[in-house]
Design a protein around this ligand. Structure first.
Ligand SMILES: Cc1cc2nc3c(=O)[nH]c(=O)nc-3n(C[C@H](O)[C@H](O)[C@H](O)COP(=O)(O)O)c2cc1C
Length: 328
């Protein structure tokens, strides 16, 4: 088949780098060869203290792969995706191959448009319930990518999970290595191409509610504000565990986040309990029989905040000449 116009690929890579990643580390790189795109995990950008097993990095790379796929699909291109295709190359997260033409659905176009609006919102949300129809749409989004969304309010797990978030937060505050790593990646100037800028964090809460966001993501210079009483918490799960499941979970998470954006919802993450072994074990046990939890999302209605910057596509993309096609 003929190669798509360069602008289509340019847009797909611009979409890929808009994916969320822990502390905006952007732990990915891409290789383009003919009509194939490889998504690689970049070990140099993994949080070695918070994410020693590269679990969160694989979620982020899965999200970047989903952005690539949805962007290509929105241009009526069919794609075949293979996740972790080679055992010998554990950092090759996904291979996306163009496979002819297929008209995009309206839903796919809507998700592709949401890529450039989606952002993490750490500010207070409105005390407004997410209607059942929208909750169902987020569940369907996860299922479409082989994942699962479980709302914690319905399951009776809410207070236990909120307590695990607080426990993990306390342990991390006492951990010098953790604090040093977090300090390196946060409170960056707004123009920083990676890391979390001060403009992306929230005001301190005026009193501690049920759910605690990361203290490192508070701007102490802002006046304290009241946060929503009890935000909607959603866990993204897969049936299986391990690296393959983590990449699929990243794709499912991103489809959920883009669906949320398209529905006018805001979202932020609560990853603390995944990052300390004891709380992580308890979290895993809590979902026994349901699935493997990968990430926790706080979802609600909020006012849009500023997008954070990304490294340039040229810094993360390599073009590889096809062996059968002479370069140049
Ligand atoms: C796996 C994963 C875990 C994350 N955990 C947290 C978290 O615990 N707290 C938080 O405020 N943001 C968290 N984030 C959000 C990132 O900090 C955010 O995606 C990044 O700074 C880029 O900003 P953006 O999402 O607004 O584009 C997480 C993102 C990913 C993909």
């Amino acid at each position: 088949m003929s190669r798509p116009l360069p602008t289509v690929f340019d847009q797909a890579f611009a979409a890929a780098v808009r994916a969320p990643s822990p502390h905006n580390t952007q732990p990915w790189r891409f290789v383009a060869e003919g009509d194939v795109i490889e998504v690689w995990l970049d070990r140099e950008r993994v949080l070695s203290v918070a994410d020693p097993h590269r679990r969160e990095a694989r979620l982020a790379c899965g999200a970047a792969a989903f952005n690539l796929v949805i962007s290509l699909r929105s241009h009526d291109l069919a794609v075949v995706v293979r996740t972790l295709p080679e055992q010998a190359e554990p950092d090759l997260v996904a291979v996306i191959r163009l496979d002819g033409n297929q008209k995009a659905t309206q839903a796919e176009r809507r998700l592709a448009e949401a890529v450039f609006r989606r952002h993490t919102n750490r500010r207070p949300f409105l005390d407004k319930e997410v209607p059942p129809g929208v909750r169902a749409a987020l569940k369907s989004a996860a299922l479409a990518e082989g994942g699962q969304v479980e709302y914690l309010d319905a399951s009776g797990r809410y207070t236990t999970v909120a307590s695990l978030v607080r426990q993990a937060e306390v342990m991390q505050e006492d951990d010098l290595a953790f604090q040093t790593e977090t300090a390196f990646w946060t409170r960056r100037p707004p123009e920083s191409p990676d890391g979390v800028p001060k403009t992306a964090v929230g005001p301190p809460p005026d009193h501690h509610g049920v759910v605690t966001l990361r203290a490192s993501h508070e701007d102490a210079d802002l006046p304290p504000r009241e946060y929503e009483q009890q935000p909607l918490l959603a866990a993204v799960l897969t049936r299986d565990r391990g690296p393959y499941a983590e990449v699929r979970a990243g794709m499912a998470m991103q489809r959920v986040l883009l669906t949320a954006t398209a529905e006018g919802l805001a979202a932020s993450f609560l990853s603390q309990p995944f990052e300390t072994p004891r709380t992580r074990e308890t979290l895993d046990r809590l979902f026994t029989g349901v699935g493997q939890p990968h990430t926790l999302l706080r979802i609600g209605y909020g006012y849009p905040t500023r997008l954070t910057a990304r490294r340039a596509v040229a810094d993360v993309l390599t073009h590889r000449a096809r062996p059968d096609v002479p370069a140049g």
